[in-house]
Design a protein around this ligand. Sequence first.
Ligand code: FE2
Ligand code: FE2
Length: 246
Amino acid sequence: MRTPKTPVASAGLAAEPADVPAEAFAAEYSVRPVPAAGPVDTTAICNTPAALEELDALWKAVVQETRTRGNDIHLPISLAYAERLCRAYPGADAELVRVATLLHDTGWAHVDESRIISEGFTGDWRKAAIRYEHEQQGCEVARRVLPGLGYSPAFVERVCEIIDGHDTRPVARSLEDALMRDADRLWRFDRAGISLASSWFAMDPATYTDRLATEIVPELITQAAVDMATADLNRSNALLKTAVIR
Ligand SMILES: [Fe+2]
Ligand SMILES: [Fe+2]
């Protein structure tokens, strides 16, 4: 005989506080995925590397942070996608998207590395404590490196608002936040992302690309990202012969 589940007592549990910026963003961009307002480039991402030399000083400031968890692959490719997304959504503050994307995972370099795989990619990995820690540490990196490069305190805090919660908060709070989140997912659809991230999740490429299609595409916020992801996935599946090697 099964024991009936006892309802979780609601008494004493405070209701989740309203996320006002997230609700405002959802109301302003109620059509999902958000339609693009500018050109959408769905060719392979290596055709348009992130080329803005103005960020070279920022890259130099975080070289140490790129040496953890494949950040030296993940961050430049994500930035290339972020710049494409900014061209598709010209209403976004492109500098904010670019800087937040470049820095968003630098916090991985300042957490216990042994826990990155053991906690960060298994079980309910989005809610693992190590995920919150890497977000907070990423904000610390931003606050350490950005002021010396001429970024204003207000800009630095806007960057931190995007970094803080980029993995653990389920919804975006602004268009810039949404574009960073989509760029962070898009890199996985490129062959470099598949080869690196499939190993983190201990999956073969076919299993991983199946998961990209069923779990990650529906999470994308913008139509431009959906179009890029779909084109990348088709190319990567063909290249890696995932229809046969499974
Ligand atoms: Fe992250
Ligand atoms: Fe990331």
